[in-house]
Design a protein around this ligand. Structure first.
Ligand SMILES: *Cc1c(COP(=O)(O)O)cnc(C)c1O
Length: 499
């Protein structure tokens, strides 16, 4: 495997004993082989490992326990909103009527699912202050692309073809400039001001007849509410551009700030972050996009339509000619959308406002507790997350943020997001979420404070961490660029999946 550690175990191939098997499958009749046509028979048996059932079960259960998960511990990964996901949402998503519905089932037998989607659109429109919502996009980044494609269609329809630029603050998530580029725009990066907000003067200077849209994350990726948002939006509209809000941080403002009402034209929502779907490791997710009235004609098709008799159906091909078309197969990530619906219904309006209040309280509590041990670059009231920095610790002791993150693993915690946003030196983006108890927050703060102490008294213990994890430090660049995901102990025809 190339990586070894005490708690790692051999692969099933290495554990294999020829001739050993589950042994519980009834023996086939003597002529079984003869009944299979010669041409369909293997020349040699497949090179599968041979083990008995308990060995296989224990192998996989032990492997699964090497995983860190939000169901096993605190997961303060900033920007990702790794909250605990209520199990009742999982129950709802697994109801056979939703989980077993064929994606091509006729509308008449899909009424329940269509109604759920229709209602979910309405709830998300209300929360976001938008006029309509599409549930199709498969993730936040996909929602961004969908939104910006609608912006492009809007300008084109008006014959406004000179708008080729999208303004993006330097603290933005990498998906924002990537989206603008994918949609054919040039990204103009706007610097941050000293208080962490968008530099309004630089913003005004960049805005003009070539600006198609601005993309703003609010609260920002520093966890700060954009205090001059009204000015930014007004200037955008005066310049004839549209305002896109990256709504990944919606869990901080539920029931307190409605982007559509504030003047944003379009935004996406990461339902897997804000409205509970276990995520990380690549999905599935859902990135619904809300728009104001002037963008409704461009929404992806098909939308769910309610007929006068109260039944639901999907739009027919070509029914809304200005639509940007499909952005995903069928009607979206249904399981994720059912979870979001269940979460929203269970919380209700007042429960959702409480979610935000608690997320904000937890982040501010941690910020205050860490203030003496770490530098807090923007040490003012934050929303759901905040940045701490180890830049001073590094100057004094040589210990870097990466080392601190690794040492946290020894203390039983998943590290926070590190080195993001890129604008903060030795930064850690910490997002506790609303679902953690005071005891957990305190234990995490204690661990980080302890590590700051170790950095001063015994830096080697930090720089050589983790000491307790299944694997020590990986070469992260090689692991990312040349991942070695396959066991190659067998060669040639022996290998179950030859090269
Ligand atoms: C997570 C995130 C995204 C991307 O969302 P995905 O669902 O992961 O594609 C975009 N912007 C911000 C600020 C985010 O935190």
């Amino acid at each position: 495997m190339g990586v070894v550690g005490e708690r790692l175990q051999p692969t099933l191939f290495e554990r294999s004993h020829p001739g050993r098997g589950g042994g519980k499958i009834p023996h086939p009749p003597a002529d079984a082989l003869a009944r299979i046509p010669e041409a369909a028979r293997r020349a040699t048996p497949p090179a599968l490992p041979e083990l008995n059932e308990p060995e296989v079960v224990r192998h996989y259960v032990n492997l699964s326990q090497l995983n860190y998960a939000v169901d096993t511990g605190f997961y303060p990964l900033g920007s990702c909103t790794m909250k605990y996901n209520p199990k009742i949402d999982e129950w709802a998503a697994r109801l056979p009527g939703f989980a077993g519905l064929h994606p091509m089932a006729p509308d008449a037998v899909a009424q329940g699912t269509l109604e759920l989607l229709f209602e979910l659109e309405a709830i998300l429109a209300e929360i976001s202050g938008m006029d309509a919502v599409t549930l199709q996009p498969a993730a936040g980044a996909h929602g961004e692309l969908t939104g910006i494609l609608m912006v492009r269609a809007y300008h084109r329809d008006r014959g406004d073809t000179e708008r080729t630029e999208v303004l993006v603050p330097d603290s933005s998530h990498g998906t924002n400039p990537a989206t603008a580029t994918m949609a054919g725009f040039r990204t103009i990066t706007i610097p941050s001001a000293a208080d962490g907000g968008v530099d309004v003067d630089a913003f005004r200077a960049a805005l003009g007849p070539r600006t198609a849209a601005i993309m703003i994350t609010n609260p920002s990726t520093l966890g700060l509410f954009e205090s001059r948002i009204g000015e930014l939006l007004e200037a955008t509209h005066v310049a004839g551009a549209l305002a896109y809000m990256d709504g990944a941080n919606l869990n901080a403002i539920l029931g307190r700030f409605r982007p559509g009402q504030a003047g944003f034209d379009v935004m996406h929502i990461n339902t897997h972050k804000t409205f509970s779907t276990p995520h990380g490791g690549g999905g599935p997710g859902a990135g619904p996009v809300g728009v104001r009235a002037h963008l409704v004609p461009y929404l992806p098709s098909p939308r769910v339509v309610r007929e006068d008799d109260g039944t639901f159906r999907l739009e027919r091909d070509g029914e809304r000619p200005a639509s940007i078309g499909r952005v995903r197969s069928f009607t979206g990530s249904i399981g994720v959308l059912v979870r979001a619906y269940a979460y929203l219904r269970a919380h209700g309006a007042s429960g959702l406002a409480e979610v935000s209040d608690d997320a904000v309280l937890a982040a501010n509590y941690l910020r205050a507790r860490l203030r003496d041990a770490y530098r807090i670059p923007f040490d003012r009231a934050c929303k759901h997350e905040f940045v701490a920095s180890a830049s001073e610790i590094r100057q004094r002791t040589g210990v870097r943020t990466l080392d601190i993150a690794k040492r946290l693993i020894d203390k039983g915690f998943h590290p926070p997001t590190i080195y993001f946003p890129l604008t903060v030196e030795e930064g850690m983006l910490i997002e506790p979420t609303e679902t953690e108890s005071l005891e957990t927050l305190d234990a995490f703060a204690d661990a980080l404070i302890e590590i700051a102490g170790e950095a001063a008294s015994d830096p080697a213990v930090v720089t050589s961490a983790p000491h307790e994890a299944p694997v020590r430090r990986l070469d992260e660049a090689t692991a990312a660029r040349q991942p070695n995901l396959r066991w190659r102990g067998m060669t040639g025809a022996q290998t179950p999946c030859p090269d």
